[in-house]
Design a protein around this ligand. Sequence first.
Ligand code: HSE
Length: 313
Amino acid sequence: MRSVECIGKATVANFSCGFDILGFSVNDPGDLVKLTKTDDFNGVVIKSIIGTDQLSYDPQKNTAGFAVLKYFEMFGIKDMGIEIELTKNMPLGSGMGSSAASAAAAIIGINKLFMEKASEKQLLEIGLSCEKLACGSAHADNIAPSLFGGITLIRDTRTKDFVKIPVPKGLYCMIIHPNIIINTKDSREILPNTLQLKTAVKQWGNIAALTSALYQADFQLLKRSIEDFVIEPYRSKLIPYFDEMRQIAMDNDLFNLSISGSGPSVFSLSDSEEKLHTAGKKIHQFLFNKGISSNNYISSLNETGSEVVNCEV
Ligand code: HSE
């Protein structure tokens, strides 16, 4: 096989009360990465980047390029050149796992080109190095769901011990991206290092109930469990009109509204795509009236992960 094209899925990390341990991928949006083997050895070359002028063409500084370099290092591949064409379909610093989506597409693509040599843990190991490159922290709650799809619970990042939780049928997600940038590194730095026991008790009650709700497809329990006592009080201050957006979501019977990843995007779930569209339009209009442009992405949860969409032999 000479070339592959892959879609890397956007993700909602933290899944409300699951900071750094629980995330899911969605069907829209996704980044497109094309990898082509070159006859001469000239290493990893990023040939084009469409959709942003903010990303580096240096593969050491770009998560798609870095993923291929790490793959080569892992398997001792030295006699091969790879050209990368990257199309970004989601904004940077958006809280939709943009850096992970590009990395995941490149990881799935390079693994396909090299006869799927890597195990899931090896794929995740490469993805975690890319996250560390992008934001200084090797958290797995974007890269794991982007690679493997569905809702992913990371029990332990060090040992890459993760569980894929079933996606309940009939669950839809809306991500709202207000057009401002929040860097993950910055929004991690504002978080406290300690928390009170009574806060922790409320939080782990929610995370356990949320996980249980997903296994049982119990949407009422899910709705009650989507509440974050630990991170949201700090990060919501960085997101203009967070409380007002949440109120619109609640008034329209959505399953609460929470921060997607490190923000500024927020997300809501519902068992009705129609309710998401109705509330989404109201939030979009509300933000517009306040002078903030925004984009809404409504889709079902993705179950397949980042995937090959085209191959050339
Ligand atoms: N869990 C990470 C964080 C996700 O919240 O910092 C970043 O997208």
